[in-house]
Design a protein around this ligand. Structure first.
Ligand code: FPP
Length: 242
């Protein structure tokens, strides 16, 4: 019997085109990941923050221009103080990481949401990372104290205070926190739930959705590939007929 060593097939690297320029992630499942290991929920967030670093970079590698991540919602303040504090600390560390990597990754950082309840130190750091990265080309949006309804109310109040009449969709879009980028082509939610949870309500009008049972701390570049493949297998009609 002859055994032929199988030639390993070259792995095809996915390079996304203009049909998929913006992916948004609802990074769910950190708590369950920790619980299954008998660890405090904070460990799940810590692992989740590591995975975020890896996934954001991988998206750049496959030519995704804009990545948006849901880090903390307007409702997440309801969690125990120690958990909120842990997420804010991870965020602070993530900002330090962004300062050291934004040039190499060519990434412009935007925090989207209402940052008024944040500490002054965090607000200053966010303002600095945003201004220092403003000339880079890819975009990373970190949704922090973000709520889709809150964002819309904020936009409508801006329009009202400008005394704007005959308001168009474009007028609203220009007053959203995402005015600097297009709508997400694909929204990925991990950990099995199939809902938007107040994320990008306006912007998701024609987004494709991809749900996976994988918990965010287990989410890998191969999972991104699966979501991307699924996206390319779909036909987007925007209400029309193909
Ligand atoms: C949802 O999982 C996750 C969050 C509410 C926070 C997301 C935070 C991170 C990924 C890490 C920190 C963020 C940054 C920007 C460094 P869950 O806690 O609701 O999980 P569960 O549904 O299993 O309880």
């Amino acid at each position: 019997m002859f055994l032929f060593k199988k030639k390993s097939k070259p792995v095809e690297k996915r390079i996304c085109d203009e049909r998929l320029s913006h992916i948004a992630f609802i990074m769910d499942g950190n708590g369950r990941w920790a619980k299954r290991r008998g660890l405090p929920r904070e460990y799940g967030h810590k692992k989740g923050a590591e995975v975020l670093r890896k996934i954001a970079r991988y998206c750049g590698d496959i030519n995704i221009k804009v990545v948006t991540v849901y880090a903390f919602s307007t409702e997440n303040w309801k969690r125990p103080k120690h958990e909120v504090d842990a997420i804010m600390e991870l965020l602070d560390e993530y900002l330090d990481f962004l300062f050291t990597t934004m040039e190499k990754d060519d990434v412009q950082v935007h925090f989207i949401g209402d940052n008024s309840p944040l500490t002054d130190a965090l607000k200053e750091k966010i303002a600095k990372v945003e201004s220092d990265s403003a000339h880079y080309h890819r975009i990373l949006n970190v949704a922090l104290n973000y709520g889709g309804r809150d964002e819309l109310v904020h936009a409508f109040n801006s329009l009202a205070s400008e005394g704007k009449k005959d308001i168009t969709e474009e007028d609203v879009a220009q007053r959203l926190y995402t005015a600097h980028c297009g709508d997400p082509d694909l929204i990925v939610r991990t950990a099995g739930e199939q809902r938007l949870s107040n994320f990008l309500l306006w912007q998701a009008a024609y987004s494709e959705f991809y749900f996976t049972d994988t918990l965010w701390p287990d989410f890998s570049p191969e999972d991104v590939d699966r979501a991307v493949d699924e996206f390319y297998s779909r036909t987007r009609r925007y209400g029309g007929i193909k």
